[in-house]
Design a protein around this ligand. Structure first.
Ligand code: B3K
Ligand code: ZN
Length: 876
């Protein structure tokens, strides 16, 4: 794999007019005939050959305008087909035949088999594993697809677009034809064939068209698709109401499969999903599962406009569709649920996943300028930071102008493959603002650090806020320019009321948003009658690290009085964090650990405040995780000390709040029929949190055991199981609960994944032996990505003391597993390997052991491009 540079982009020499595909499906020998109509682009070199992409292909036949192509007029290799002497202007037709083996396709890219079903995954470059093709997103054409297959085994034959017709053949085969009138790039192609059950519904669009909705799942699982269907209809309605986007085909289909490399795929009219993000019922799915299903169903549906109708010119523009679509799904979930609680969850996720990426060796801009393996750029930077950049445009411009910009975008670029510059231009046109400096968010990697300090002058009645920004160096980018940072900001008085400044000098301040544009800048707020408490980056208006020294008393005031509930949560976190950092340091030095009381009181006050939604209280009580703490500490980290310190803080909060937690545990029940709605989910979250604290206060498995036995929904059952396994791993209660759980759910793969994950995250050095033993369990399945992620991925990503044990065995274990997984599924291997991205922030002994394990991978023969790219960048 060589490096691809954005600067080398140029359009193709040939324009693809139409695609006509015929598949004769067979598990090991599928025949693919592709009829492609091209003409040379005006102005292109009249002698240039046509070069098509391939990947592990072999050519079985090539016709030019239906006539056999002379052998000297083309060269075919496994990864390309080059055709010479083509017409200078006239359209021509190539008919390409390839034979592929779906059964042997363990990479799960291109056409493969899962659970007896044929299915495809083509993004980013999987279509070239099906046939030779100009496999790049700026080549768009209407597709006709004919599928021929054995009827008994494959009663269902699906592809993109609208159903044209079908018929049976005498020999037990049948065929179906589909036509997608919307020109699309090959990465949005999909085919599914097999025998599946279906859930059907309809949706009437805003212009009165009826759309058939179908969700296909394994037979018998239909009832578990009801929530996904409901989420789909709500998504369709929301996109009409909020973005005026209507669906554009007669049918919208979702197919759930059990072997899938990621969450889901937005193929035009035929989304294919990891069944984890479709299937749910109260007995088997947690509230988090329901929320994920809702978000991902929405995300893939929203891609129909942001991704499919308007697509990317090249893969460097990935955030054009992904960042924007994540922003849209976040907004959707915020409207369906509680906006501040959703925002807290988004920020927690951003900080725990994207911030470490941006601070480590894999840091890259939201819009990168080079890559070696595009699959490694489906990152939280492109997705989540990309979404934050879109959110900042909305914050800077205001809701109405943002909407105007989106309308311009949909209007101007429908049917096109465009760039980030095209996108930003729409907002410049809508607002009349110059967004050049703002665009640095797309180009400069690294999380900006903003340092702020305030001073109050009682005589002048002014409050001065000095701000300084610094963007850290990242791989390939040492000198950074100052960014345009929108800081939502408000001042509060001693009584908790908001103070409105008369005038603000030194910075633009409109609609409570302060525009930080200089490297240093001082904003002076006039007409301030008493010392204010400042709240900066409310709602997390910018994805930055903020340093602002605030007294515990000021933070406690914000925790009680901020009108922005995200900022309240932030204040509570800022109160708790120093305790955790100090506890980690003290634990390392063997000192006694003692919490500062204002923070504990503020937390317990919030816990007991019935004016706050339960979901918010649960978020406030969920202390920063061990990896959050190591990120804040920055370097020389000892996972064991961080763990011990955090445990001690938990214990002190639990002891002090035992009465409150007992009350919450008893009160936050959800009687009656199970409902996954946000309100009930919030009650369960708070009850679960109370149970966690009580396990520290009571130091006994009894309550968790009773909760496990009594639970009638997966959210409470799984949490009780987690408390038993993590807090009392050697107890009879934990051992019995784990085996009861396994026996009860042995037939349900998605629940068994949870069973593996709970055990993979039991803290401490013995976790590795447990994981090794679990890999020999008959329920473990190396070929199923969900199962591998549930055990190996979860262990490496979320068990800092187990994976990071002091002797380095965890790292060596991972190295061997990565090499094994890489043989079958490079994408999966590369993804799990990113769990090593923060190795440099470990204390020197562990860092050395981690580095040695990485070098063991790097030196292995026959690495995939995917793993080679990650391991080399991680070590660099
Ligand atoms: N677009 C797909 C992701 C494809 C990943 C390819 N390696 C799902 C999504 O973001 O909606
Ligand atoms: Zn997406």
């Amino acid at each position: 794999g060589q490096v691809i540079n954005l600067a080398d982009y140029r359009p193709t020499d040939f324009v693809l007019e139409r695609v006509d595909l015929t598949f004769e499906l067979d598990p090991t020998e599928t025949k693919v005939e592709a009829r492609l109509i091209f003409h040379r682009r005006e102005g292109a070199d009249p002698k240039a050959p046509l070069v098509l992409d391939g990947d592990e292909l072999s050519l079985s036949g090539l016709l030019f305008d239906q006539m056999e192509m002379p052998a000297k007029q083309y060269t075919a290799t496994a990864d390309s087909l080059t055709v010479y002497n083509l017409p200078a202007a006239d359209p021509f037709e190539l008919t390409i035949t390839t034979i592929i083996n779906p059964q042997a396709n363990t990479q799960l890219m291109g056409l493969y088999r899962t659970g007896g079903i044929y299915c495809t995954q083509c993004e980013a470059e999987g279509f070239r594993r099906i046939t030779y093709f100009p496999d790049r997103p700026d080549v768009l054409a209407p597709f006709t697809v004919n599928i021929i297959a054995d009827k008994a085994a494959n009663p269902l034959l699906l592809s993109n677009g609208n159903f044209l017709g079908g018929a049976g053949y005498g020999d037990g085969k049948h065929f179906a034809a589909w036509f997608d009138p919307h020109p699309k790039p090959s990465y949005l192609f999909a085919l599914v064939a097999g025998d599946l059950g279906v859930v059907e519904d309809t949706f009437t669009t805003m212009s009165g068209r009826e759309v058939a909705l179908k969700i296909y799942v394994e037979h018998g699982k239909e009832p578990r698709a009801a929530y996904a269907m409901d989420a789909l209809k709500r998504s369709m309605k929301w996109d009409e109401e909020v973005f005026a986007r209507e669906y554009d085909l007669d049918i919208f289909m979702i197919v759930a499969v059990s072997d899938f490399n990621m969450g889901a795929m937005e193929n035009k009219g035929l989304n294919i999903f990891n069944d984890k993000y479709v299937l749910a019922d109260p007995e088997t799915a947690t509230d988090a599962d329901y929320a994920n299903i809702e978000a991902i169903i929405a995300h893939e549906y929203f891609h129909n406009w942001t991704g499919n109708r308007i697509t990317c010119r090249d893969w460097f523009q990935l955030c054009l569709k992904e960042g924007l679509t994540v922003y849209r799904d976040h907004e959707f979930s915020s409207d369906q649920r509680s906006r501040p609680v959703k925002r807290i969850a988004e920020v927690r996720h951003l900080k725990s996943e994207q911030f470490p990426e941006d601070a480590g060796p894999l840091a890259h801009p939201v819009r990168p300028t080079k890559y070696r393996e595009i699959n490694n750029f489906y990152t939280t930077t492109v997705y989540e930071k990309g979404s934050e950049v879109t959110r900042m445009i909305a914050t800077l411009l205001g809701r109405e102008t943002f909407k105007k910009g989106m309308d311009i975008y949909f209007d101007r670029h429908d049917g096109q493959a465009v760039t980030i510059e095209d996108f930003v231009k729409c907002f410049e046109d809508a607002s009349g603002r110059d967004l050049a400096q703002f665009s640095l968010w797309y180009h400069q990697a690294g999380t900006p650090l903003v340092t702020a300090s305030g001073s109050y002058d009682a005589t002048a009645r002014t409050f001065s806020l000095s701000l300084e920004q610094m963007v850290p160096a990242t791989p390939g980018q040492t000198d950074k320019k100052p960014m345009h940072i929108p800081l939502s900001l408000a001042l509060f008085g001693e009584n908790g009321g908001k103070i409105e400044p008369a005038i603000v000098e030194g910075a633009e301040y409109t609609g409570e948003v302060l525009h930080l544009t200089g490297r240093t800048q001082t904003a002076v707020f006039h007409g301030i009658g008493s010392r204010p408490v400042v709240s900066i980056n409310r709602s997390f208006s910018a994805p930055i690290n903020l340093h602002l020294d605030q007294s515990p008393a000021d933070l406690a005031l914000l925790a009680r009085h901020e009108t922005d509930h995200f900022a309240r949560w932030q204040a509570l976190t800022d109160l708790a964090l120093p305790n955790l950092l100090r506890a980690a340091r003290d634990a390392r030095e063997g000192k006694a650990i003692d919490c500062e009381q204002t923070s504990v009181d503020a937390l317990l006050h919030a816990a007991a405040d019935e004016g706050l939604e339960p979901a918010f209280r649960a978020q406030a009580l969920a202390l920063p995780s061990e990896s959050d703490i190591s990120r804040e500490l920055g370097s020389n980290n000892d996972p064991d000390a961080i763990h011990a310190g955090r445990q001690a803080v938990m214990k002190q909060i639990a002891d002090r709040g035992v009465a409150i937690f007992t009350g919450l545990f008893e009160k936050m029940t959800t009687p009656g029929d199970f409902s996954p709605d946000a309100k009930n989910a919030g009650r369960r979250a708070l009850r679960n949190t109370a149970l966690t604290y009580l396990s520290y206060a009571e130091n006994s498995p009894a309550r968790a055991k009773a909760a496990f036995d009594a639970a009638n929904n997966m959210t409470e059952k799984l949490h009780a199981l987690t408390v038993l396994a993590h807090r009392f791993p050697e107890s009879g209660e934990a051992i019995t609960a784990l085996s009861t759980f396994r026996d009860h759910f042995a037939q349900n793969a998605l629940v068994i994944d949870k069973w593996f994950s709970v055990q993979a995250t039991i803290p401490g050095a013995s976790a590795l032996d447990r994981v090794r033993k679990l890999m020999k369990n008959p329920l473990f399945n190396r070929t199923n990505p969900n199962r591998v992620r549930a055990l190996v991925g979860t262990f490496a990503f979320t068990n800092p003391t187990g994976f990071g044990r002091a002797d380095g065995e965890g790292y060596r274990f991972l190295a061997r597993e990565i090499l094994d997984i890489d043989q079958r599924n490079p994408q999966l291997a590369a993804r799990i390997l990113t769990s090593m991205r923060s190795w440099r922030s470990l204390e020197p002994v562990r860092a050395g052991l981690a580095r040695a394990a990485l070098m063991q991978i790097e030196q292995a023969p026959a690495l995939s491009t995917d793993v080679r790219d990650i391991v080399e960048r991680t070590l660099k």
